[in-house]
Design a protein. Sequence first.
Length: 1205
Amino acid sequence: MLNATNVDVLMNATDREGSRVPQPPPSIVERVAFLCNNLSQVNLRQKTEEIKVILRECGENFLRWFAQYLVMKRVTLEQNFQPLYNSFLLSINDENLDRYVKQETFRNIKILLRSDKGNAASNFGDRQLLKNLGLWLGQITISRNKPILTRDLDLKCLLFEAFYKGQQELLYVVPFVAKTLLSCTKSELFIPTCAWIFSIIRVLAEIHNEPDLKLNLKFEIEVLCKDLGIDLSQIEPTGVLKDTERLVRVPQQLGELASLSQPESGSQMPLGPPPMGIAPPIDPGRVSGRASANLMPPTSVTPVNELSAIDQAKHGAAVQPPSIFLSASFNYGDINVATLDGLAHHINIPANLPLFNTYPELKAAVRPAINQAVKELIGAIGERAISVAIAVTEQVCKKDFALDPNPQHLRRGAHQMARSMTAAMAWITCREPLQNTILGYLKHYFTTHLQQAATNPEIAKLIEEAVLQTMEANIELATNFIVKTACEQAMIEVDKRFEKEITARQQAAKELKTFGEDSPQIKIQLYMPESIRILPGPISDADMKIYDDYSSKICGFKPNQNFDESAFRNQQMVPPSLSQAQFPTQMGASRPIGTTSSMAPNFNQAQFAGQLSGGRIPANIDPNLFASQGNRMTSTTPTLGPDVSQAIIEQLRANRSIGNATPMLGMQPLEQHQLEQLRSKVELIVREWMAICFTSVTQQDPRRALAHIVQSMHREGILMTDETVTKFFHIYVNICVDVTHRLLNSDSQGGQISVRHRCYLTLDAFTKLTCLMVRYSDGPQHSTRINLLKKVLNIVTQALHHSHENRKGEFDGMPFMRIILNLFSNLARVNDPILDPISWNILESFGQSLFVTQPRRAPGFTFHWLTIIGHRDFIGRLLADESQDPHRTGAMYTQLLLCHIKFLAPYLRNLPLPQSIQTLLKGTLRVLLVILHDFPELLCEYHYVYCDYIPPDCIQLRNLILSAYPRNMRLPDPFNESMEMIENLQDMAVNPKAHREMANIIQAPELKAKLDEYLETRSAVNFLSELPSYLQVSQVPGSKYNSSTMNAIVLYVGTRAIDALQAKKQKISIQTVAHTPYMDIFQNLAVSLCTEGRHLLFNSIANQLRYPNSHTHYFSCTMLYLFLEANLEVIQEQITRILFQRLVALRPHPWGLLITFVELIRNPQYGFWGHEFIRCAPEIEQLFISVANSCNVNPQQILAQQKRV
């Protein structure tokens, strides 16, 4: 049974996050508690009046406290009284209170969803509270026909996340969602067949079909479906829960820190040995012989403290004992460290071991055990060795080569010293931990396979013997592999550290200058003793021999007397992807050279391009090896997440589109045969990427996947120049388009859905690769990401135009729409720490791409283009993201909508509309309805520019835009309020927000100058007679006048008139707007223009009749005054026609239009019902009467009043 203790979770969380609202005085608290305790359906009205009195007395702060009190102390605990509390809120009818209650409900729900679900003591109570809140949430949203917005709570994604995290989360989420959806039985809109509700029910049905789902959860789902009248067996499974790509991308609502993993399974993991090449996940930041708990028993390996090994190296172990070289079995060049396969050729499995003779299948476990031990230790050991070696190498070499102008001397000496010191440090620190780790893994693999080892001491003894001898036979090989990998990585680090010094020497030689002539080192050396003084010029052979001797004595390897630096560099070279993957954590804090993150922007451009003459590119990473890596790289050091792939992506920075091209690797424009070769290479890379793109490993560790594929691109020479990078994306986009076109036009036996799914796989693979490259391909300046994105979008738009031009009627815009939407959804996310610094640049890039693909340039892409700009992600990111400047994003979205309206405008002028245009218009109205509902301020601010391009006869589209009003405004009733009351509203004196300065709205300088002169002096009487000539552009009926100029004059004159009245502190009314130079303009145009011109004039005035503001007030009075003072009935008929046409169109109707028309037909002063055009035909008269009745106006009563007047 629930009690106050259960609510402690909510109370404590509220206090922690500082959300507790201060209590009102104790007397008020007691009154509210007494009121709630005695509340019932019988006294509901009385208690409503009492609480309203308290609300008026205490103000806004009490509202927030009462909402929190109601949710936390009443609704959450008193489930049976929830309908009563809901009726209580409806009776109070306070929007602010409803909003606070909803906010508190969501806040408490999120607290419970993110609570500690492992605490068994509070588990049941928390789940019951959550169910109560779910039932309450449904009553205040769904049952009131109001949706639950995804920004508040995404029920569907919540189910995905709970399913993926396991049974414990499902125990919380499934009953909560079921209780929430129970309110569908009381909703008129959100019935079970509603698309939103049914999509959630479909997910619940799929969860219900899971074989290991708890019975109580199955029961919750079955009860819900029974109450909603749904047959579970009739819901077809879609497999949405098996879509891992979708599941790993769901927003985390059950906790911020938990990462998504595979769903829990009721079955146990098999106890056999791991398959070859598959490695259990190991923490790379820990130099220890202990594996993770799920791999090996804690007693199998003795822990080794990595710091003790470092200390040991510092206190005397740094001197290499001669026995290291005398007992070495390998030359430095014998071991290939490009991949872990380099170990496989040398692993020694001792013969004649009793265990292997009895169980020969155990030999297959030796290689994965040793591979796993090496992978666990290689990162941290190599990193620490490199940190110490490079710190020393940098200081010593910069001193010894300070005045040597030859860059090769500096590089050669630094390489050889760093290699030798790194080898010594790595050999000493890794030997003992490696022994223990290999022993642990071998014992784990053997005992796991031989389950009887735990009970049979003879088998256990055989295992101990085999483990020890196998370790001893391979410890030197494994140690040397780690040592050489560290040495090769040290060479890369050396090139980074000395890049500035080498460049300075190369620049001096290029400019024929003496290196170091301005260096302070020359003066310093004058004060040095002669024995240690460094002279300008190349270093002596004797001194250089000291550095060369380092290369002949590499710790752990046989001495090499004939060492050739360039041969070593050409023969063995660690692929940067593998090297970086093996050193994922931070360098030691004691070194002065910074982290890998700080070094990445300075990465030598030529490392991946084969800087050394004749250098060959290493073999690519084995896909099987890559697929077995698991999720291990950035688990302990999140600050270095991008470093894993950043060294590879630095290759992209060598190109001009994303950096500076390497001059020595520049290429001429590609010839035809080169294009064919390049296309073949791209196709190979695409196949390789498709093979790994959608695997679970890639979903968990996309950076590793990117490292793998970029290495392949480098191997094929794709990243050599800017031109080849551009060609790669051109070819890849063309492949996507061609594959999609071929599949959609083929007679597939799998059905259209299957064909489209195959198309989506191809397109999604391209967008995934592009997004990963954009996300992880930059240094601190961010220019790389922006330029790369712009390049890809430019290529996509070019391909779109090319396909549109060449395919003609066979053009299909689906692949381009899919690519653009996927790129946008992945790169324009909110609160993305990697891309947030360039978020506006990303939005701007997509805006530019959509502008160049607008319907007027690619008509065949129109429906897809509208789908993009109407997509919820696109609208939400541009208009709902508070982190962006709303003026910039609003202007961008308005520009895109105007492009669409400009395309539609010519078709809308001619009736009847073609079927395709009718469908397109419906889609346009739907998009605008979304904007009207969620972001009405955009339409309010830019209404003028929209109406400027909408044809005069397109009434419903214009009404929809003009009906927008700010979300914080409540519109007065236009039918029941008198005109006098409406005129006295404060809002009717407030100027609306305009999209630009009105001073620049009239583009013709001569017209504006004469207009200003007349409005200020009223002396240039001939201007009124000349004004129509400024508006007329031809003699062709239907296009005689410039509608844009007409709209500009009307708005400009009206704005000037309002400014003048406000300066005089006069209220806007029919009396104050009359007999002014501003009204002279309108009256003169109404009289002097022909029927077509007057139609445009009155349309322009009616475009300003919107929500309550000074413009609506002024132009309403202007329209009524022109009707009242018209000396021709044709003018009055046209005014009536303009207003009436807009009213008989489908809703919504602008508020200003309604009040103007109601005043016109209600006020006897205007004599509306006495005009002949009202009764020109019986059906017209009946239509006017019907509209009048809907506006609460009695024509007969008005006629009687007119006669009395």
